[in-house]
Design a protein around this ligand. Structure first.
Ligand code: NDP
Ligand code: MG
Length: 389
């Protein structure tokens, strides 16, 4: 059980649900907290939880945050240096990374170098830098406890397998809700608006991951995340569209037994497990009643229509390259442009596929290569939005 955390992304969807878990279990102390721009919410969190140090990534909000916390004795920092400092602070045993986007990569690296355990929601850390990060985790002897619901499910299923897991696990079944546009074809997707894409059928999440779910980029990212976390080849991962989001994923063992983790779609369950691991504690989530649900359905994903998923599958087949950093960087920019109504929904997948085709790939075991690929992909996506749309 974790007794103290550094919480990066404290004001977001995962961050706020982490705070709820900490309110239920006050023995989990919040040591440092960080956000991008929400200085008022960050100050309120810092005061409520008696945080030691905070970081506001947007340096133009530093003075406002400092004023809000005047006289509190709380140290205020800003920018990427402050974020990495909060991530690595040694008065907490675990760093919860709930930042959105590749901005989460460097703080993960800092926390690992300081030998903090990582509770990881920020999947972009592994999509962009998985090869490097997993090697670093090994070298530093750091455990990564996944918060993403599917990966938490696989992690929980694997807990029941003793001995050499590698030889006993045949693969995993990664479930996908299919998002709001499951069953549609490309022609229908062309006129999708941000308002339509932000309406997820099962989960309430931050806007970026909600759009990623609508394009199915999210499932592609989760494939890459799973391959890194559990040392799997992409061919060992079956993606199954399961509209009800009740089975959060499953492990297939050598004898063809399938061990699944089920529950209502509620992120406080995997967040709380990451913090109370290896213990199980009472939760505020609703219990699952299978007879109330009635039916669980499973279908194949349409990778032709949802070509972000196809691009991520291609990237997953090249884990030693910067392909993951390229699709992630391009996707981040394209999702922002779509939310700003500057490009169409289908321009996201077209741009991601073009970035993967056109940007030269380098080796992913080097952090500078990963950061360079991320920058190149962002520039590519920005220029495309001007040139092609
Ligand atoms: P939100 O957009 O709701 O929250 C993001 C949080 O990160 C906010 O606190 C934001 O601060 C902060 N942030 C963003 N950029 C920076 C930065 N550069 N430096 C410091 N803080 C930053 O996202 P979610 O909570 O939905 O998602 C967070 C991560 O968890 C993502 O990687 C997502 O893929 C993953 N995830 C989320 C799930 C969910 O249910 N929401 C499920 C599974 C995974 P501010 O408020 O100031 O903008
Ligand atoms: Mg998920």
């Amino acid at each position: 059980m974790t007794h103290s955390i550094n919480l990066l992304g404290a004001t977001g969807s995962i961050g706020r649900q982490t705070l709820d878990v900490c309110r239920r279990y006050p023995e989990i102390r919040i040591n440092t907290a960080a956000a991008a721009t929400s200085h008022e919410a960050l100050a309120a969190c810092a005061r409520e939880f008696g945080v030691k140090k905070v970081c506001i990534f947007d340096e133009s909000r530093y003075e406002s945050l400092k004023n809000e916390l005047f006289g509190s004795g709380i140290t205020v920092t800003a920018g990427m240096d402050g974020l990495c400092e909060c991530a690595a602070d040694e008065d907490a045993e675990c760093t919860v990374n709930a930042v959105v986007g590749a901005a989460g990569l460097l703080p993960t690296v800092s926390a690992m170098k300081a030998h903090r355990r990582i509770a990881l929601a920020n999947k972009e850390t592994l999509v962009a830098g998985g090869g490097y990060v997993m090697q670093l985790a090994k070298e530093c002897g750091v455990d990564i406890i996944p918060i993403d619901s599917e990966h938490s499910a696989v992690f929980q299923c694997m807990e029941g397998i003793s001995g050499d897991r590698h030889s006993q696990i045949k693969g995993i079944i990664l479930t996908a809700s299919g998002g709001p546009f499951f069953g549609m074809k490309r022609a229908q997707l062309e006129s999708v608006t941000p308002e339509m894409a932000l309406r997820h059928p099962n989960w309430s999440m931050g806007s970026k991951i909600t759009i990623d779910s609508a394009t199915m980029m999210n499932k592609g990212f989760e494939l890459i995340e799973a391959c890194h976390l559990f040392s799997l080849a992409p061919s060992q991962v079956e993606i199954s569209v399961h509209r009800q989001s009740i089975i959060h994923s499953a492990v297939v063992t050598a004898d063809n037994a399938v061990i699944a983790q089920l529950g209502v779609p509620d992120m406080t369950i995997p967040i709380q497990y990451a913090l109370t691991y290896p213990e199980r504690r009472v939760s505020s989530s609703k219990p699952l009643s299978l007879s109330d649900i009635g039916q669980l359905t499973f279908e194949k994903a349409d990778t032709e229509t949802f070509s972000c998923l196809a691009a991520a599958m291609r990237a997953a087949d090249m884990p030693q390259t910067t392909a993951g950093a390229v699709i992630n960087g391009a996707n981040e920019v394209l999702v922002r442009l779509f939310l700003e109504k500057k490009i169409a929904f289908t321009d996201i997948s077209d741009g991601v596929c073009a970035a993967l085709d056109e940007i030269p790939l380098t080796a992913s075991d080097d952090l500078d290569n990963i950061l360079a690929a991320d920058r190149a992909a962002r520039e590519f996506a920005e220029s495309r939005s001007v040139a092609d749309i």
